[in-house]
Design a binder for this molecule. Structure first.
Ligand code: THU
Length: 132
């Protein structure tokens, strides 16, 4: 498993590649799979604003494309005064591949961290299999 320091370095490296010309709010995310492999994502905005994608969504896509489906931990990195927490849609996207106990660490580049469990961020997540 990667150390916390290694995860932060991955997120910091990726953060420089965030494409956020409209919001000027760069975000990166690292999803660590239970396999021990780490996947990075950054926000990728679009001039047609609603088509913009969050960092977490891109990281989850990279994980799935590489063959992993179980999330062990998530780190979200932003430059903001307060660490950015995942938006509602991203909470749902994460919950497809994680459970309520999965740690979600939100950090800013000054080193401030907010730590959550995914179940705190998204109680009663929708799961199709449970709802059927
Ligand atoms: N954003 C993320 O990528 N992840 C978060 O956790 C919060 C928000 C992005 C979306 C948009 O590109 C920018 O930050 C401002 O909302």
């Amino acid at each position: 498993m990667p150390t916390r320091e290694e995860i932060v370095v991955l997120a910091q490296t990726a953060l420089a590649h965030a494409y956020a010309p409209y919001s000027k709010f760069p975000v990166s995310a690292v999803v660590v799979a239970k396999s021990g492999r780490s996947y990075v994502g950054v926000n990728v905005e679009n001039g047609a604003y609603p088509l913009s994608r969050c960092a977490e969504q891109i990281a989850v896509g990279a994980m799935v494309a590489a063959g992993d489906r179980e999330i062990r931990e998530v780190l979200v990195l932003s430059t903001s005064g307060e660490p950015a927490t995942p938006c509602g849609a991203c909470r749902q996207i994460l919950s497809e591949f994680a459970d309520g106990e999965t740690p979600v660490v939100c950090r800013n580049t000054a080193g401030k961290e907010l730590r959550f469990k995914l179940g705190e961020l998204l109680p009663a997540a929708f799961r199709l299999e449970d709802a059927r």
